[in-house]
Design a protein around this ligand. Structure first.
Ligand SMILES: [Zn+2]
Length: 240
């Protein structure tokens, strides 16, 4: 059955001398594995359009639970700005790795959040902030959503003194046991990141010291609760 799907290439794998297999996150069918015959051939029009991050309309012979076959791609965006900047491409590469992990664990489609994140990075918004927003919004899909309304231990909604990643959330005055104190502003920003609609972000200004604390909180929370090891995040940590 020949169908059209809107998608973004997450990964590519060489297959034989001339072909490759790509994983595409699609709006309509979730993650789809696609065989691209001849796509490694320099003269093939499919060569460029099947590279990681390509966003387009893919015409495929769709087979559920098997590899689909690519017919053609109508490219919508190849993200010129992202590809021209090592920092931006590092974040985008990490997002692809994270998306692969999230879609393996969740039925809910994160296509729109992923696409909007790439659009915002392409537009020049801070890639660290956009990545952190995406990471936070992916937590419920990984089954480890954040509770940002009350103390994680006793349910107290007032007298919150800090947030702690290894503890898993907010800590109130009564339950406090010497965890590092973070600024109230950090908790407010984490809440904002968690609930914001990515498409609605037009500009963001967060002080560097807060950005670093928030990123560390998210990385520590991922380490403690998701069970994921994300190789490319470690690379990003080194360039922040
Ligand atoms: Zn408490």
């Amino acid at each position: 059955m020949l169908i059209e799907v809107e998608g973004i290439v997450l990964s590519e794998l060489a297959y034989g001398e001339t072909s490759k297999i790509i994983n595409v996150l699609t709006k309509e069918k979730g993650l789809v594995g696609i065989m691209c015959k001849g796509a490694k051939n320099i003269k093939s029009p499919l060569r460029a359009s099947t590279q990681v991050l390509t966003y387009g309309i893919f015409s495929i012979y769709y087979k559920q639970d098997k590899l689909s076959i690519l017919k053609s791609v109508d490219i919508k965006n190849i993200w010129k700005v992202i590809h021209s900047d090592l920092t931006k491409i590092s974040y985008a590469t990490y997002l692809c790795e994270l998306v692969m992990q999230v879609v393996k664990q969740s039925e809910q489609n994160i296509f729109d959040n992923f696409l909007q994140s790439l659009i915002k990075i392409e537009q020049g918004l801070d890639p660290l902030i956009i990545t952190n927003v995406f990471e936070l919004k992916s937590l419920p899909l990984l089954g480890v959503g954040l509770n940002l309304d009350e103390c994680i231990r006793c349910g107290n909604k007032t007298q919150i003194v800090t947030i702690d990643a290894s503890y898993g959330g907010l800590i109130c005055k009564n339950c406090y046991q010497g965890e590092p104190i973070v600024d109230k502003k950090v908790i407010q920003l984490i809440r904002m990141y968690y609930y914001v609609d990515i498409a609605s972000i037009s500009k963001i200004n967060v002080e560097d010291k807060y950005k670093k604390i928030i990123n560390k909180f998210i990385s520590d929370y991922y380490d403690s609760f998701t069970g994921l090891y994300l190789h490319s995040k470690k690379f990003i940590e080194n360039i922040i």
